[in-house]
Ligand binder design. Structure first.
Ligand SMILES: Nc1ncnc2c1ncn2[C@@H]1O[C@H](COP(=O)(O)OP(=O)(O)O)[C@@H](O)[C@H]1O
Ligand SMILES: [Mg+2]
Length: 288
């Protein structure tokens, strides 16, 4: 059996490189030939069909839906699938996919699509959004990670300004949950809970490690485990990192689901070899 780990063509972030290397190491330890390749020229449309590389499996660490779909159309098995990556790449589409399944999520209000730089913001939309979500509230770009596209909106003026400045980008607004600066990151592989890490940041409402959040091992209870396993199943994810918020009454809410979650911090604080578990899962699927 031989496989590939596909990384972004322009990869430069150290966490992305480490992620791929850790996985490659564990495949090698399991005696499976698996090399890291960049997402360049893996497939193309040719003579009205698709021509692609060959591989027994592809651990797809990029988010390039065109490349992913072409490889799948040629019959390659991707971990995660293109559909799962696409749904998770857009935070609002993730919430929509999870809706109607009994999954607790913060209330969300979408911002209407806008094509015109000179368009005027509807004051009524601002008033209604505050009425629905309360203040403070959270503004999120649909695409984004590492906390970069997530903002705290404290009053109506801020909301108005944010909407005006971001109207051309897909984004949405979300109810603010809990006290801020804290969440739980859960890793799920093959539909099974692997480990949980609590992240806390005293200096920012975003608990992302990349923004200074500190991780600690967390003992997840049965309900939390069942919730996260259900989320992974609905979204058909082979591997994911799920962010869970807790409100002041102890109720849990799914904040977002990362199909390409970095596992280095969770491996370190939880003392779990996540890369090995993921590699074992991939191999078990191929051997099934
Ligand atoms: N609705 C919310 N209420 C309170 N805190 C939030 C909310 N949404 C996000 N956060 C905080 O911001 C962080 C980043 O948000 P998240 O949606 O996970 O985006 P990213 O993909 O950038 O990690 C979360 O880990 C959490 O600490
Ligand atoms: Mg997150």
């Amino acid at each position: 059996m031989n496989g590939v780990i596909v990384v972004n063509a322009y990869i430069k972030n150290k966490s992305q490189i480490t992620q791929a290397q850790r996985l490659a190491e564990e495949f090698a330890a399991l005696k499976v030939d698996c090399k890291i390749i960049k997402n360049v020229g893996l497939a193309q449309i040719k003579n009205g069909g698709i021509e692609s590389m060959e591989s027994d499996f592809v651990v797809f660490l990029d988010k390039d839906k065109a490349a992913a779909r072409m490889l799948e159309k040629r019959g390659l098995r991707l971990f995660n699938s293109s559909a799962a990556v696409e749904v998770c790449d857009d935070k609002l589409l993730t919430h929509i996919a999870l809706a109607d399944n009994g999954i607790p999520m913060p209330d969300c209000v979408y911002s209407p699509l806008c094509y015109y730089p000179d368009a005027q913001i509807d004051e009524n939309f601002i008033d209604e959004t505050v009425k629905k979500l309360g203040l403070p509230l959270v503004a999120k770009n649909c695409y984004g990670s590492l906390g970069a596209g997530v903002f705290l909106i404290k009053d109506k003026q801020m909301l108005y300004d944010f909407e005006r400045e971001n109207k051309l980008k897909p984004h949405f607004y979300q109810k603010f949950i809990g006290r801020g600066g804290e969440d739980i990151r859960i890793i799920v592989i093959g539909g099974k809970f692997v480990c949980a890490m609590r992240r806390k940041n005293p200096d920012d409402f975003r608990s992302n490690i990349e923004l200074g959040g500190k991780g600690e091992s967390y003992t997840a209870d049965e309900n939390l485990i069942a919730l996260c396993e259900k989320v992974a199943k609905i979204l058909k994810l082979d591997y994911c990192g799920i962010d869970v918020l807790t409100d002041n009454d102890g109720e849990r809410y799914i904040c977002e689901v990362n199909s390409n979650a970095f596992f280095a911090a969770a491996e370190k604080v939880c003392g779990v070899n996540i890369a090995k578990k993921y590699a074992e899962f991939v191999i078990s699927c191929k051997n099934a």
